[in-house]
Design a protein around this ligand. Structure first.
Ligand SMILES: *[C@@H]1O[C@H](CO)[C@@H](O)[C@H](O)[C@H]1NC(C)=O
Ligand SMILES: *[C@@H]1O[C@H](CO)[C@@H](O)[C@H](O)[C@H]1NC(C)=O
Ligand SMILES: *[C@@H]1O[C@H](CO)[C@@H](O)[C@H](O)[C@H]1NC(C)=O
Ligand SMILES: *[C@@H]1O[C@H](CO)[C@@H](O)[C@H](O)[C@H]1NC(C)=O
Ligand SMILES: *[C@@H]1O[C@H](CO)[C@@H](O)[C@H](O)[C@H]1NC(C)=O
Ligand SMILES: *[C@@H]1O[C@H](CO)[C@@H](O)[C@H](O)[C@H]1NC(C)=O
Ligand SMILES: *[C@@H]1O[C@H](CO)[C@@H](O)[C@H](O)[C@H]1NC(C)=O
Ligand SMILES: *[C@@H]1O[C@H](CO)[C@@H](O)[C@H](O)[C@H]1NC(C)=O
Ligand SMILES: *[C@@H]1O[C@H](CO)[C@@H](O)[C@H](O)[C@H]1NC(C)=O
Ligand SMILES: *[C@@H]1O[C@H](CO)[C@@H](O)[C@H](O)[C@H]1NC(C)=O
Ligand SMILES: *[C@@H]1O[C@H](CO)[C@@H](O)[C@H](O)[C@H]1NC(C)=O
Ligand SMILES: CC(=O)N[C@H]1CO[C@H](CO)[C@@H](O)[C@@H]1O
Length: 722
């Protein structure tokens, strides 16, 4: 009951620092059972995830300003290893990958940073953030007590920590970083590794702590996080599910409060209401002494290029308080802002007071925090999903909405109820700025369908796809030259795939294709075909839509074709697995980088011919457009297309997949964000790779805005940065 009193007696754990010189504004970050303590100050911290490579440096100042205006104290980000070290020992921290610039921007706006180094991050990010070259390190087993893996994990973690130290970015040096994370939800896979898994957790904690950042480390979803690393909760309902810190001197922290959920192709958006989020955040603070809550995501952004993991759509957490474009999503943003302000108004009492719980009815309870000086905060909770209930508290009546919590910062007046929206919803407005409906707008380039004779990479087996492409492309051609000696001329071609999409061609003619989905990845194509007497060419294009990002033994995953056969009848089946296969990694257009428009003489762009809708043709399309006036974000509506990838001025805005409809019969994503910083003043070049028979004449360029029904948020002056 009087947990806090006991906890305050626990010795504070002070993390040692080994920095020679501390800046004037260096802040010591420690913690105890109640909260983080920054320079001697306790606070209840609200945090939000914004991932720097999922937006652009030009967007960062506005996103951070809106997070601050929404009442956040901390910005949380992962560090994306495969962006930063695409080849072993070759680093990239430029442009959207400029981690230091992102952190300094947060610092400039007076917020703190929680840096989740991982370096395994999952995050619906291709390969969970691991660079693919790790796969080819001899003897490697990821995320366990394995020397090669630990070497590279330590090497990258050290690189990042040293970089932060050199820039003076830890709070202990006067910088904004108050927390770091090592590993990520390891408990989900730990059992697969047995005792080696436990040894790895010990090692990871020790390795991280040994880097002497001067600020605490956390491990999320790791109930046995070794001291002094703090175990934190991830989930939708940590107020109900968190079993608590694993030591009385660690605070209750929620590192991922899911504001929505990531969406996959074929899936529907997950709508988590503002009221539900507010209920669980409040419960975590009231019941669990929660002192740190992070919204995952506060701004999701865009999986540009090929960075999304298997089947993940290009828009990431568009339903977050700031939508994909960085616009306010109401009422979510405004409702949480009011919650944050209410909690802040009484956080001293929450942090210093003694908590007691009271019963207010069968499904109603209360938490009261009282200080010796009489200051008092009450949370009145109605767990009844259906009914309003009137409860008595300190001689007054309070009506509680269904499944809600009323916050009384003075134990008398209700300042906030989690289910009472004081913010009006807004709506997205899409304004058409340019159509590309004229044949003259477009040029096209037909990619080739390679036959066996066009290939040089050969194998007498079906190769694993990721190991063959090394992830430089989504595409791998499996080709075969086949002398028809079957007793029939019209066999069924049966192709079993553990990749994501397969398109089959016989003698350069498309005969059909199929795809799997996020939950059931394997599928079998069964296509009746007609062979000619003598030599036939079979070419199968196997496609991946992102690498896997989760689970144990990621290094051993199999993708690609795993069985190919021709069947005349039950009795007569010819298995082709051990035939001599010829391979082509990627498409011709990718090799030529046709999206870069460097006028290579190899690229024969032609006038737009007949568009073969619903035919798989592998066609590249090119058009130009002028930059729409104003500052509103820009999006391409690709709903007339099939499946592929889009580039603007040589930069990939991501994969699109319109043909994969969800249970409502519509594409999971039709609008694709084109950041303004990708554009020139005029003559912007749009290139599309279409693999599913889409029609570019139906594309439109749009600007995106939101209605402002109540607050004129967008008119508020935000700091401008250059
Ligand atoms: C990481 O490994 C490379 C060699 O691959 C080495 O040059 C570098 O010093 C290492 N960095 C750290 C921080 O261990
Ligand atoms: C996490 O967020 C959900 C909604 O996204 C909310 O219901 C829940 O209370 C939050 N939990 C914490 C501990 O913040
Ligand atoms: C207070 O919480 C404890 C522990 O959850 C529970 O056993 C007790 O019944 C609660 N008391 C009231 C009055 O609700
Ligand atoms: C609860 O009360 C509010 C007004 O206080 C009312 O608008 C709402 O309809 C009531 N809900 C139920 C389920 O009775
Ligand atoms: C509630 O009323 C009783 C009797 O009138 C009084 O003794 C008590 O002090 C009151 N409590 C509060 C919190 O006002
Ligand atoms: C509700 O919104 C109004 C107008 O924005 C504001 O004045 C008021 O304080 C808000 N109420 C709460 C409980 O936050
Ligand atoms: C594009 O076409 C649509 C539908 O035909 C039309 O409503 C829209 O106004 C056009 N946009 C422009 C910029 O011409
Ligand atoms: C990956 O390919 C190389 C040849 O490039 C081969 O030696 C190795 O066995 C393959 N590894 C796996 C796991 O398939
Ligand atoms: C048909 O050709 C395959 C090789 O393509 C060979 O293995 C098989 O024995 C041949 N079958 C007959 C009936 O000739
Ligand atoms: C193919 O060969 C078979 C016999 O082997 C013959 O019956 C058939 O007519 C031939 N088809 C063509 C198109 O030549
Ligand atoms: C292909 O070769 C592998 C290994 O050489 C063998 O295990 C497998 O049975 C063969 N498959 C067929 C269909 O012959
Ligand atoms: C060897 C052979 O007959 N190949 C044929 C495959 O099919 C194409 C037409 O689709 C023919 O042109 C080839 O002769």
């Amino acid at each position: 009951m009087e947990k806090w009193v006991h906890m305050s007696l626990v010795m504070l754990l002070v993390i040692s620092m080994d920095f020679g010189v501390k800046g004037d504004d260096a802040e010591e970050v420690t913690y105890d059972g109640r909260s983080l303590i920054i320079n001697g100050q306790r606070n209840i911290l609200f945090s939000g995830s914004i991932h720097y490579p999922r937006s652009t440096p030009q967007m960062w100042p506005d996103l951070i300003a809106k997070a601050k205006q929404g009442g956040l104290d901390v910005i949380q980000t992962y560090v994306f290893w495969n962006l930063h070290e695409p080849q072993q020992g070759k680093y990239d921290f430029s442009g959207r990958y400029d981690l230091v610039r992102f952190i300094k921007e947060i610092q400039a706006q007076g917020l703190y940073v929680c840096l989740r180094i991982g370096p395994f991050i999952e995050s619906e990010w291709t390969y969970g953030g691991f660079p693919f070259w790790l796969h080819d390190v001899p003897g490697i087993v990821y995320r366990t007590d394995n020397e090669p893996f630990k070497f590279y994990m330590q090497n990258f973690t050290t690189k990042i920590v040293n970089m932060m130290k050199e820039e003076g970015l830890y709070a202990s040096q006067g910088g904004p970083i108050i927390l770091s994370q090592i590993e990520n939800e390891y408990q989900n896979v730990q059992r697969a590794f047995g005792t080696a898994g436990s040894q790895y957790v010990e090692w990871a904690a020790k390795m991280a702590v040994g880097l002497n950042t001067g600020v605490p480390w956390v491990m999320c979803k790791q109930t046995d996080a070794p001291d002094p690393v703090i175990n934190t909760c991830n989930g939708m309902r940590c107020g109900e599910t968190f079993t608590g810190p694993n030591s009385p001197n660690k605070p209750a922290m929620w590192t991922e409060n899911w504001t929505s959920f990531y969406q996959v192709y074929g899936g529907l958006p997950y709508i988590r209401s503002a009221e539900d989020i507010a209920f669980h955040v409040t419960l975590f603070i009231a019941k669990n002494y929660g002192s740190f809550v992070n919204y995952y995501m506060y701004h999701g952004g865009t999986n540009f290029g090929r960075t999304g993991s298997a089947y993940t759509i290009t828009a990431y957490y568009d339903q977050a308080p700031l939508d994909e474009y960085g616009l306010f999503r109401q009422p979510k943003w405004g409702h949480l802002k009011e919650l944050h302000a209410t909690i802040k108004s009484c956080s001293t009492t929450l942090l210093q007071g003694v908590q007691r719980n009271i019963s207010l009815g069968q499904l109603q309870e209360g938490y009261v925090f009282e200080e010796e000086n009489g200051e008092c905060v009450a949370f009145l909770i109605n767990n009844d999903q259906r009914s309003n209930v009137t409860v008595q508290f300190q001689n007054s009546s309070y009506e509680l909405l269904p499944k809600s919590i009323s916050i009384l910062p003075d134990c008398q007046n209700v300042a906030f109820n989690t289910a009472h929206l004081n913010t009006t919803s807004n709506r997205r407005i899409i304004t058409s700025r340019q159509n590309f409906s004229s044949v003259d707008d477009w040029k096209q380039f037909q990619d080739i369908i390679p036959n066996f004779d066009d290939t040089s990479l050969r194998s007498n087996s079906l190769l694993e796809q990721m190991n063959t492409t090394k992830d430089i492309s989504d595409y791998l051609w499996y080709t075969l030259r086949f002398e028809n000696n079957l007793s029939c001329n019209d066999p069924v071609l049966r192709v079993q795939s553990a990749a994501h999409v397969a398109h089959a061609f016989v003698n350069n003619t498309y005969i059909g294709g199929l795809h799997g989905n996020h939950d059931v990845k394997s599928f079998t194509l069964e296509l009746p075909t007609t062979l000619t007497n003598g030599t036939n060419n079979i070419s199968i294009l196997s496609v991946m839509v992102g690498l896997p990002d989760s689970g144990a033994f990621l290094e051993r995953r199999f993708a690609g074709l795993n069985n190919v056969e021709l069947q005349c009848s039950e009795e007569e089946t010819l298995n082709l697995n051990n035939s001599t296969w010829g391979y082509q990694v990627g498409l011709l257009g990718e090799q030529l980088e046709v999206y870069k428009d460097q006028n290579s003489s190899d690229i024969k762009w032609t006038q737009l011919g007949d568009i073969l809708i619903d035919e798989t043709t592998l066609t590249w399309y090119k058009a130009t457009f002028a930059t729409p006036e104003g500052d509103d974000p820009i999006a391409l509506d690709l709903s007339s297309m099939g499946k592929g990838e889009a580039w603007v001025n040589g930069q990939s805005i991501g994969r699109y997949w319109i043909l994969f409809h969800n249970s409502k019969g519509i594409p999971s994503q039709s609008l694709y964000h084109v950041p303004r910083s990708f554009l020139k003043d005029s003559e912007n070049i749009l290139v599309l790779l279409e693999e599913g028979g889409g029609n570019p004449l139906g594309i439109s360029l749009n600007t995106v805005s939101v209605t402002d029904l109540q607050d004129n948020f967008s008119k508020l002056p935000f700091p401008t940065f250059v």
